[in-house]
Design a binder for this molecule. Structure first.
Ligand code: CDV
Length: 319
C-alpha cells in the first residue's frame, strides 16, 4: 500500500479586523478546492486562520477579545469548510482560538489546532504549549504580543495520531523553535508534523534582527526539527501586512532529510504542495536517529527538570 500523502500548505494573506468571517471562510474554501484539484490528501491552514492576529492588541478586559474565539468546533460559521472538505474527500489542519466553557461556569482560552480526516471527523486536537510574548501592556515595545494574556498554555502535551496511513503530529508557531517539541513528537514515531504560524517580520524589541535573519530562523527551526526526528514537516504562514503589521510568508514543506521541497513565494493566499512519501522517514529513524540505539536519556534529566539556564558560578564567586 502506498504511503504517499499528498500535502497542501494553504498560506493565507492578511485577515484584517474588519474582514467578514464569511469572506475569510470563502478564501479558505477556495484554497481547499485548489488543493483538492491538485489531488492533495490534506491541506494545512495557518495558526489562528479564521481571524486577524488579535494578540497584537491590548484589552484591559480579556473577554473583549472573545469575539475572536470559537466556542465549538465545528460551529455554524465554519461548517461550510467541513462540508466542502468532506465532499471533496480531503483532510485539513486548522488553527483557531478556542474558548472552552467548564462545567463550573469558568472558561479556558487556548491557541488551538485540529486535524480533520477525509470523513470530516476531528481526529486530533493540540493546544499551543510555548506561548511567546507577555501578559501586560509593555510601552517599551515597538509592538505588543499578548499571547500570554489571552491564552493559557496548552494542557494536552504533544500527542500524535494514526491517520491517512501515517503518524501525524501538530504544533503551533513558536513551538517550532523548541527542540523539545520536535523530540516529544519524534519519540512517538511522528512522520508528518503540521504547523501554522503568524510571525512578524520585525523584532518587537527594536533589535537589529533584519527580516532575512528572521526568515532564516523560521526555516532553520523547521528543517532542523524535521531532520533530527526524520519526519516530514509542513509549516504554513499567515502573511502580509495585516492591519498595518507585517507578517512573514515563507511557508514550506520539508523532507525527513531536512530539505525544503516546496516553498511559497508570495505574502498572499497561495497553495504549495508536495507528495510526501512517509516511508522516507524510515531511513533516518533506523540509522543516525535510531533513538532506541543511540539516545542516552540518563543524561537528559536537566531538560525536564528546569526551565531556565543555571550557569556554573563565576570563578572566585562565593559558594
Ligand atoms: N505566533 C507566534 O508564536 N509568533 C512568534 C513570534 C512572536 C516570535 C514566533 O515564534 O514566530
Amino acid at each position: 500500500m502506498s504511503r504517499i500523502v499528498s500535502v497542501g500548505g494553504a498560506q493565507l494573506g492578511p485577515i484584517h479586523k474588519a474582514d467578514r468571517r464569511a469572506d475569510t471562510l470563502d478564501r479558505l474554501i477556495a484554497l481547499l478546492e485548489q488543493a483538492a484539484a491538485k489531488g492533495c490528501d490534506i491541506v494545512v491552514f495557518p495558526e489562528l486562520a479564521l481571524t486577524t492576529f488579535f494578540p497584537r492588541w491590548y484589552a484591559e478586559d480579556i473577554a473583549e477579545m472573545d469575539c475572536y474565539f470559537e466556542t465549538a468546533m465545528p460551529n455554524p460559521a465554519v461548517q461550510p469548510l467541513f462540508d466542502r472538505a468532506r465532499a471533496l474527500r480531503i483532510g485539513f489542519h486548522l488553527g483557531y482560538a478556542e474558548l472552552e466553557k467548564t462545567a463550573s461556569g469558568g472558561v479556558h482560552r487556548y491557541n488551538t489546532a485540529i486535524l480533520v480526516d477525509k470523513d470530516g471527523t476531528i481526529v486530533g486536537k493540540y493546544r499551543k504549549v510555548h506561548l511567546p510574548g507577555h501578559r501586560d501592556y509593555d510601552p517599551g515595545l515597538t509592538r505588543q504580543h499578548l499571547e500570554k494574556r489571552y491564552f493559557e498554555p496548552g494542557d494536552l502535551g504533544f500527542p500524535v495520531w494514526r491517520s491517512m496511513g501515517g503518524i501525524m503530529g501538530l504544533c503551533i508557531c513558536n513551538d517550532r523553535r523548541w527542540p523539545e517539541t520536535w523530540r516529544c513528537l519524534g519519540l512517538q514515531g511522528v512522520e508528518l508534523v503540521m504547523l501554522g504560524y503568524n510571525t512578524p517580520t520585525g523584532n518587537q524589541h527594536g533589535a537589529a534582527e533584519p527580516p532575512h535573519q528572521r526568515m532564516f530562523h523560521n526555516h532553520l527551526s523547521v528543517q532542523a526539527g524535521a531532520y533530527q526526528n526524520a519526519t516530514w514537516a509542513v509549516a504554513v504562514a499567515k502573511a502580509g501586512i495585516e492591519d498595518g503589521h507585517e507578517l512573514m510568508g515563507g511557508s514550506v514543506i520539508v523532507s525527513p532529510q531536512g530539505e525544503i521541497v516546496a516553498q511559497a513565494y508570495t505574502q498572499a493566499d497561495e497553495l504549495i504542495a508536495a507528495d510526501c512519501d512517509l516511508d522516507l522517514c524510515a531511513f533516518g529513524k533506523s540509522t543516525i536517529f535510531n533513538f532506541a540505539a543511540h539516545r542516552r536519556p540518563e543524561h537528559y534529566g536537566i531538560i525536564a527538570a528546569q526551565a531556565g539556564a543555571t550557569p556554573p558560578p563565576e570563578p572566585g564567586a562565593e559558594g
